[in-house]
Design a binder for this molecule. Structure first.
Ligand code: BGP
Length: 475
């Protein structure tokens, strides 16, 4: 008898981040986070990496402040996810709704209540919430007072935040993630860790010390989750995408290996519990001296993640030959050489479905832990016509990626689920635009915050519904 490739209980769904869809940016006692000071437009790039100021500026437009107003419309939106048959909804908790300054003693009850209501709404439709504890939104006060994640103080504040949310939601949430795209701190340090870097500082020193603090905090979150919710699982999350060498020249091959290690460094620590051997030389040569205590080492080794989740948008390509560097493109903050074998999206992100299979195999070979694809999708400039969007290009993109995901499962990879990025249109993290849309659901809102916020089903809505109903048999 024909047996489906995708296992029963596979968690199909969609993924979002609080700061990209909630809005309600000062409502019910919420504090400001790093994301709240990210403007739309040309200045955004600088703010993502190293903002010149941590204050709001009247001249800027801040897309996270209203976003798509999920804060008030979550019931309607979750009903639409349920209509598509979602088994899982990945969302993040905004730390600043729970602790407005990050270092407060008493949590904000109104913030806790909001997520209670959201989880109840999911569970009403038997949708499993998958919660990211920090998705790019370090409390702004922690950046101002302590310099963000460069300070070890944040480890304790984060631990406190984790204890509060695990205790509060222990009966409702069984799937957790610690830090979204933890390796992003190397590429966009402010958004990754709420840190700003001075002109006279060694950027690598600051980034790796901050990363270390997050790794210890992540391990402490694993510890607390296992203690407080023994029947839950908790994972790490990597901005993944394998690196191809530009040519078969050994220099290119080694450089691709090093580039992959730059990302795998994080998951190597989270999965294996200690610093990989290759960091020793790298740290020495780059004058990086990390403050790692004996206690840190014990925390890391004793609290390993249960699974590895990752985002996959594209593969990367690298060369040791400087003369090909003029062909660089930036995808999800990663610089890469333009790959002549691939097509590119409107935002110049490489489209590489086979890369997803390669990435799955690479990560599984490395760790033999269950994997979870928690972000994947196509950002496109959709046009609403006759109350819908004919997004055949999105269907094509997803079909091809899901076909490769199935190949990966056939290769032996243990995969818990697939949540596509932005099942409803939301603010783009990188560009701040609304017009970079990923959803199955269109939201009437433009780049300047104008629009009715009305929701419309795109063509891909019914397509994804059928994919889920057939457990991936029909693509
Ligand atoms: C990842 C983030 C998401 C998301 C996605 C798409 O880096 O985890 O928050 O936004 O990329 O990127 P963008 O919004 O820039 O298109």
């Amino acid at each position: 008898m024909h047996k489906n490739i995708i296992p029963d209980g596979f968690l199909w769904g969609g993924a979002v981040a609080s700061n990209q869809l909630e809005g309600g940016y000062l409502e019910d006692g919420k504090g400001l986070s790093s994301v709240d000071i990210l403007p739309a437009g040309d200045h955004r790039k600088q703010y993502l990496g190293n903002p010149p100021s941590l204050e709001l500026n009247d001249e800027f437009f801040y897309p996270s402040h209203q976003s798509i107003d999920f804060y008030h419309r979550y019931k309607e939106d979750i009903a639409l996810f349920a209509e598509m048959g979602f088994k899982c909804f990945r969302l993040s908790i905004a730390w600043v709704r729970i602790f407005p300054s990050g270092d407060d003693i008493i949590p904000n009850e109104a913030g806790l209540k909001f997520y209670d209501d959201v989880f109840d709404e999911c569970l009403k439709y038997s949708i499993e919430p998958l919660v990211t504890i920090q998705h790019f939104d370090t409390p702004l006060e922690l950046s101002k007072k302590y310099g963000g994640w460069r300070s070890r103080m944040l480890i304790g504040f984060f631990e406190n935040y984790c204890n509060v949310i695990f205790n509060r939601y222990k009966d409702k949430v069984k799937y957790w993630l610690t830090f979204n795209e933890i390796n992003m701190i190397l590429h966009e340090p402010f958004i990754g860790g709420g840190i700003t870097i001075g002109k006279d500082e060694n950027p690598l020193q600051i980034k790796y010390q901050s990363a270390h603090n997050q790794l210890v905090a992540s391990a402490l979150a694993v510890k607390a989750c296992h203690q407080i919710i023994p029947d839950a699982i908790i994972g790490c999350m990597l901005a993944a995408g394998n690196t191809y060498p530009h040519t078969a020249h050994p220099n290119d091959i080694f450089m691709a290996l090093e580039k992959d290690r730059e990302s795998y460094f994080f998951t190597d620590v989270q999965v294996r519990g200690y610093y990989p051997s290759y960091t020793k030389r790298f740290f020495e040569e780059n004058d990086i001296k990390i403050n790692i205590t004996k206690e840190d080492e014990l925390i890391l080794i004793n609290n390993l993640v249960d699974y590895v989740s990752f985002s996959y948008y594209s593969s990367r390509c690298i060369s040791a030959n400087k003369s090909v560097f003029d062909k660089l493109v930036t995808t999800n903050a990663f610089e890469s050489i333009r790959n002549e074998y691939l097509e590119y999206s409107e935002w110049d992100w490489a489209i590489d479905p086979i890369g997803l299979r390669i990435t799955m195999n690479q990560i599984y070979d490395r760790y033999q832990k269950p994997l979870f694809i928690v972000e994947n999708g196509l950002g496109a400039n959709d046009i609403l016509e006759n109350d819908t969007v004919n997004d055949d290009y999105r269907i094509k993109y997803m079909k091809e990626h899901l076909a490769q995901m199935k190949e990966g499962i056939k290769d032996g990879v243990e995969l818990l689920g697939y949540t596509s990025w932005g099942p409803i249109d939301l603010v783009s993290a990188g560009s701040g635009q609304m017009t970079k849309r990923y959803g199955f659901i269109y939201v009437d809102l433009d780049n300047n915050g104008n629009g009715s916020l009305k929701r419309y089903k795109k063509k891909s809505f019914d397509w994804y519904k059928e994919v889920i109903a057939s457990n991936g048999e029909i693509l």
